[in-house]
Design a protein around this ligand. Structure first.
Ligand code: KIV
Length: 267
């Protein structure tokens, strides 16, 4: 397990030293405390909270206030990991002033260490302004769930020459304006290798193969807390849905049979 507090500088240095970066999402105090104590490098308060915590079909509906609520809950739990918070849809795309206000609110009201936002060339000016204002920014390219209605599909991105060339261009632009890392989602593994070799900053993949400098998964997926969303890039490290179901059934049975509480559990 690591012991020093992880900073954006640590993350950059990990790539230099060839040490892989492990990142997971969290949205609440209890889980954030567990995964921080387990030694995760980066905790992402993802806008996937929209799906995982609120049950929406996409990440589009979640608001800035809701992200700040989740983010501050996570920050209160974390002693070591770098905490990155997603700027939700509609809080940075329309103009740089709004984007700055959103990022500043996230930094001031949550105590997080960085923000993440989706896009390439189209968000470069915004990212440049944030970085100049002292806000660390993580980019996110490839499959960008906030634009799902524009693409209409969750299929693999940049799987042709033209899109691959644009993705590389986007990544280099994000690096040039000061992103400290880039998440790349659902692209061919061979393209990730080329991207990682072209970038000095870390490339953190989800569904992007093993050549990335790090990996990120949605915590609820890798813990097996859900069984409906099953793309091949999710490896289940536990089957918590089964564990919880069995525990709840047992508790229910014990209550109904008057076997809970027993004398030693009573006053
Ligand atoms: O919101 C999220 O969970 C994310 C990850 C999938 C990278 O952006």
């Amino acid at each position: 397990m690591n012991s020093a507090k992880i900073t954006t500088d640590t993350i950059r240095q990990m790539k230099v030293e060839g040490r892989k970066i492990a990142m997971l999402t969290a949205y609440d105090y209890t889980f954030a405390k567990i995964i921080d104590e387990a030694g995760i490098d980066i905790i992402l308060v993802g806008d996937s909270a929209s799906n995982v915590m609120a049950g929406h079909e996409t990440t589009v509906p979640i608001t800035l206030d809701q992200m700040i609520y989740h983010g501050s809950s996570v920050v209160r739990a974390v002693k070591q990991a770098l905490v990155v918070i997603d700027l939700p849809f509609g809080t940075y795309q329309t103009n740089t002033e709004l984007a700055m206000q959103s990022a500043i609110r996230v930094m001031k009201e949550t105590g997080a260490h960085a923000v993440k936002l989706e896009g390439g060339e189209n968000v470069v000016a915004t990212i440049k302004m944030m970085v100049n204002a002292g806000i660390p920014v993580m980019g996110h390219i490839g499959l960008t769930p906030q634009s799902i209605y524009q693409f209409g599909t969750y299929k693999t991105r940049a799987d042709n020459e033209k899109d691959a060339a644009q993705l590389i261009k986007d990544a280099l632009l994000l690096e040039s304006v000061g992103c400290f890392a880039i998440v790349v989602e659902k692209i061919p593994a061979a393209l990730s290798m080329e991207l990682s070799n072209s970038l000095k900053i870390p490339l953190i993949g989800i569904g992007a193969g093993k050549h990335c400098d790090g990996q990120v998964l949605v915590m609820h997926d890798m813990l097996g807390l859900q069984s409906t969303f099953t793309p091949r890039f999710i490896r289940k490290y536990a089957q918590l849905k089964t564990v919880i179901t069995d525990a709840v059934k047992q508790y229910s049975q014990d209550v109904k049979a008057n076997e809970f509480p027993n004398d030693s559990e009573s006053y």
